[in-house]
Design a protein around this ligand. Structure first.
Ligand code: GRF
Length: 218
């Protein structure tokens, strides 16, 4: 089995990065993490990556005159590490359409909502304000428009009456940590692949067919 060389881009804490690193520590995981790159010096995830023995580097976006210059430096490091796939994990810089086009179908993101609902920031407060009964997270291929692109996987969690943004966010984050490694594995192994703007799945992949009710059935 060839393990697809994959880089992870972070800006902060890196808990999703850590979930990916843990999964990729298994010898039969179809992606091999070759580097973690952060755009913010001192991003806590860098130390966590180094503890896994993964090359962890900072490319400070403030050192560049514009996005294109920053992305050229980023891309040079991605190529130097031999990355073929790139996972965004709490990476808080918008990428230009040109960068996204060069990495088309090789750039993956996780977003803390059930897309296409609630793209952008403050998803949990917005979900609570909208009164939805389910929230969740999405792993998707990146397209030029923010938080859009073919959806590889989603996890739904119920919104409970006593939730605030913090409790809902924690429930979603736990789901993110389960979903992202699974979605990357399917994609890296070629068992989920892009056909235009939709994902086609291998026939042996398991899907849930029951309903999760919120409120629950009596
Ligand atoms: C996650 O909620 C992710 O979905 C969003 O940013 C957050 C990053 O958290 N894009 P972490 O750095 O992975 O802990």
């Amino acid at each position: 089995m060839t393990r697809r060389p994959t880089a992870i881009l972070i800006s902060g804490r890196g808990s999703n990065m850590e979930a990916l690193l843990q999964a990729a520590a298994a010898p039969d995981y179809p992606a091999r993490i070759v580097a973690v790159l952060a755009n913010r010096p001192g991003a806590p995830g860098l130390a966590r990556a180094a503890a896994f023995g993964i090359p962890a580097e900072t490319i400070d976006h403030r050192g560049f005159a514009d996005r294109t210059g920053f992305e050229a430096a980023l891309e040079a490091r991605l190529l130097a590490h031999g990355a073929d796939l790139v996972c965004l994990a709490g990476f808080m810089r918008l990428l230009t359409a040109a960068f996204v086009a060069r990495w088309r179908d090789r750039l993956i993101n996780i977003h803390p909502s059930l897309l296409p609902a609630f793209p952008g920031l403050d998803t949990h407060a917005r979900a609570l304000a909208a009164g939805v009964r389910f929230a969740g997270c999405s792993v998707h291929l990146v397209r030029a428009e923010m938080d859009s692109g073919p959806i590889l996987g989603q996890a739904a969690v119920p919104v409970l009456p006593e939730d605030d943004a913090a409790t809902l966010g924690a429930r979603v984050l736990a789901a993110e940590h389960r979903l992202y490694p699974r979605a990357l594995a399917l994609y890296a192994a070629g068992r989920a692949r892009a056909e235009g703007e939709r994902i086609v799945f291998a026939p042996d992949i398991a899907f849930e067919s029951g309903a999760l009710l919120s409120p629950a059935a009596e």
